[in-house]
Design a protein around this ligand. Sequence first.
Ligand code: HEC
Length: 151
Amino acid sequence: MRLKLIIAFLILSTTLLSCNDKKTEVYYGKTNKVTSLEQSPLEKSIKIGKTIYTDMCVVCHQANGKGVPKAFPPLANSDYLQDNQKASIIGLKKGMKGEIIVNGKTYNSYMAPLGLGNDEIAHVMNYINHTWGNNFADMLTEEEVTKVIKK
Ligand code: HEC
């Protein structure tokens, strides 16, 4: 009876997680029981990135990633973000200032450095690169962020 409940729970949570539109891998043992439920490294990073975004970015770029017209540029569907991954990483580390064009609109403002560690920059970049329909770039790691910043 308890076993049935556990199996039902696992099946339910698998179904719910797979609705998350990101792929969740489930491994079955020889007895066909769910033996583990794993998230890919990218999914884990996106999850952490979301908490950083909610803490530190949402006030300006908004929960829907659309920013605020004339003040804060959008990240959702941003051609700037898509085409300027390195400048975005450096901007997050050291601040971003001066004229940029995002989806045809000019911004000439300032984003202060937020004191993020390179690991945090990797996570938040993975979040904004893979949210709101964005599908920009492969997964970024702390090592890659460090390389970009050192150059
Ligand atoms: C206080 C407001 C503010 C906060 C907080 C903020 N930004 Fe920005 N962000 C800006 C502004 C303003 C610009 C445009 C700078 C310019 O004009 O040069 C910008 C530009 C950007 C860009 C490049 C332009 C684009 O839209 O693609 C990215 C990427 C970005 N921010 C990501 C983030 C992330 C991720 C965080 C949180 C870790 C964050 N920002 C926090 C105000 C902010």
